[in-house]
Design a protein around this ligand. Structure first.
Ligand SMILES: [Zn+2]
Length: 311
């Protein structure tokens, strides 16, 4: 089968032929139908070589497809079921520690499967499993965005667009900071109250919550924007470290949010199915994954890139 694989630092991701996987006990094999491209894939490529247990490593951790084989002891799932795979579940992170879904087939642990509702487009289902789950978990489960809250969202990309919409649906007043002005109209259409280029403009605004989906030197700006008792949720890993002024964290909560759960994914599936969330994404072909990652690295992508595999 075909697989896009990381072969080592400084080398381009390579399209290789690899053996088809067999399911172990408690595992299923999925024929991948759609795979989202994520900034983490690039982070793995840049920093991953040392921490990956073996090379080459098939990348991709945002997947939806159809179950084609069941391992021993798997219950509640059948061949032909349409599923998404939780990328932060039981199995070590896909595409980093175990082979991911930029391949024709993928092995997943049965407890990491989310059931795709009938009729939901599989490109949308794929992006729900990582961009959707991660953004939703951060703003709804960790940040507890709810009616009446003033919420700041930093970064209106693949995650920020879903986080913004989830908070709007929860009844919050949502402010967005995004340098790329070309997406401001999309943010307004999703229900954002106002937009700024730089979250520094929010200083003293006394927001209840700021969720930082960028992490590009933005943590201090987020802390300066929240009121006493307020919360900053850090999600984006734009830069590997940040510095903050110690007094500005006193009386505030700085939390990190990583991934999410199968429940989060299924809640996002329902919002997508009801068209309450309509994320912007561009479809590419399987063969274009390597080039797509380069576009992502150059920050040329609006929303999400999703590779759709031929049937
Ligand atoms: Zn990701």
């Amino acid at each position: 089968m075909r697989a896009w694989q990381f072969e080592g630092a400084g080398k381009p991701i390579a399209l290789n032929q690899v053996p088809e996987p067999e399911p172990g006990p408690g595992e299923v094999v999925i024929d991948v139908k759609a795979a989202g491209l994520c900034h983490s894939d690039i982070m793995y490529m840049e920093s991953g070589g040392a921490s990956m247990p073996f090379l080459p490593m098939t990348q991709g951790h945002e997947n939806a497809g159809v179950i084609s084989a069941l391992g021993e002891g798997v219950q509640g799932w059948a061949i032909g079921d349409v599923v998404g795979v939780c990328s932060s579940g039981v199995r070590p992170p896909l595409g980093m520690f175990t082979p991911g879904g930029f391949a024709d087939k993928l092995v997943a642990d049965a407890p990491d499967l989310a059931r795709v509702p009938e009729g939901l487009d599989l490109a949308l289902a794929a992006l729900a499993t990582d961009a959707g789950m991660t953004s939703y978990h951060a703003i709804i489960k960790v940040g507890r965005a709810s009616a009446g809250m003033k919420v700041g969202v930093i970064g209106y990309g693949g995650l920020g667009q879903i986080g913004t919409r989830a908070a709007v649906l929860a009844g919050a007043e949502v402010h967005v900071a995004e340098t790329k002005e070309s997406v401001w109209d999309l943010a307004r259409a999703a229900g954002a109250t106002d937009l700024v280029r730089d979250a520094a403009e929010w200083a003293g605004r006394k927001f209840d919550l700021v969720v930082d989906y960028a992490g590009f030197d933005t943590t201090q700006k987020a802390l300066d924007a929240v009121k006493r008792g307020g919360t900053v949720v850090h999600v984006g890993l734009g830069l590997p470290t940040f510095t903050v002024k110690a007094p500005t964290i006193l009386g505030r909560t700085l939390a990190g949010s990583l991934g999410g759960t199968v429940d989060d994914i299924e809640e996002v599936f329902d919002l997508l199915q009801a068209r309450e969330i309509e994320p912007v994404y561009t479809e590419i072909a399987f063969d274009e994954i390597g080039e797509g990652l380069e576009r992502l690295r150059r920050n040329e992508v609006t929303g999400r890139l999703v590779a759709r595999f031929g049937d």
